[in-house]
Design a protein around this ligand. Sequence first.
Ligand SMILES: C[S@@+](CC[C@H](N)C(=O)[O-])C[C@H]1O[C@@H](n2cnc3c(N)ncnc32)[C@H](O)[C@@H]1O
Length: 431
Amino acid sequence: MTTPRPSARAHERLIQRLAEQVGVPAAVSWAHAAAVTHHCVRHRLVSAPEPPNSPDSVRRVLTELASAQPDLAGFLDPQIVPLWTAPLSMDSWAELHDFWGPGDLLDDGPHRVDGYPLGDAYQALSADARKSRALCQTPPWIAKLLLELSLEPATDEVGPQNVRMTDPACGTGHILLQAFHDARVYRRRGRTPGPHLGREASIERALQTVSGCDLDPYAALLARYRLLATSASIRQGRIDQLPRTWTAQVACADSLLDRNEPLLERGRYHAVVSNPPYITVADAQQRDLIRKAYPRVAAGKFSLALPFCELMFSLATPGGHVAQLTSNSFMKREFGRRFIEEFLPEFDMRWVIDTSGAYIPGHGTPTVILVHRVRPPQGDTVITIRGAKGEPFIPEDPARGKVWTAIAEAVHTRLAMDRLKDALTSLHDVA
Ligand SMILES: C[S@@+](CC[C@H](N)C(=O)[O-])C[C@H]1O[C@@H](n2cnc3c(N)ncnc32)[C@H](O)[C@@H]1O
């Protein structure tokens, strides 16, 4: 039986109590660092034999992580991990220790070291990440579907050795981790599998395939940690034993405005997949900068979803595949008019999936999945899945909610039909 995770309120109470001693940023930092260090010790990714039992031991494990791989050096940076400037008393430590318990709460389930619960914990602990930057984890079952509609066909087209995927609002990396696994074990459907890629080569290939950026430096660091932790665990070794040439391609950047970050090079990615932020920008100066950079879509009281959509299209190669779970507010408000009437019609829209009736934890805003290819429209068909009813009650397992199950089945039925049609066409061509 799995231990139930603490409620959102319990996370908030923990931060309030720790903050009385060290302030909110360091409270979040201590609470999450205790979880990360527990995770890496439990999965034998560092040399420390026992889970941390004091603030000093948390700092020791963070120090080891930071020196294990250059990508993880940020664990020593007080700007990213503020616990370095705010010592924690043993009383506060005891509280933190009780909160995480023996670590079951941070378990990924059998055989996996992906750190999904670590990502979820950061969202639950950091009100700042949730409110100022709209951090809201993308559940793995949604990530899987988005990738089936984008990374998979892109890989079929350009081959697993060449394909590049990015998420410009990657948060703590839920989509990246799913993409990493999909890239590692890629087999073209319906084809005889080619020679099996060895374990080392498959991990290296997956790390080279996926990349991401996020405005939140700690979320970006955590996404890097998760990619490297997963890589190390597949090799059954520690993080410091990973080849030094392997890197987790995740940067901290303002994806909308940063034109110098190499991971944001335009026209580079065969698949661009994201669950972008859809808040409106509170800061007037920032809003103006975005309006200037994205004049075609950022009109009126625009939601960030629109400039992110334009950004995603610009990151893709010509013909590249773009899949996003985004807010559907542009369909109902004035700021979406130009986007719908002038911008979107320039691109090849493949799928519009109404997910507003599905229960997606944390996503209070009604959503839609849009899938495009970055090329002029081809043919006159767009596949739509239209919602009929919402979820009758909050499903115990959201991945198996009635609405989501119906959506996933409809997508898979359609994909299976398309594959059959392609197979028949190629048979016909051979004959
Ligand atoms: C809905 S969350 C995506 C979560 C991610 N898919 C995951 O599961 O961890 C939106 C993310 O966008 C990031 N973000 C907001 N504005 C950004 C910007 N201008 N540039 C890059 N990332 C940004 C937030 O920090 C947040 O992590």
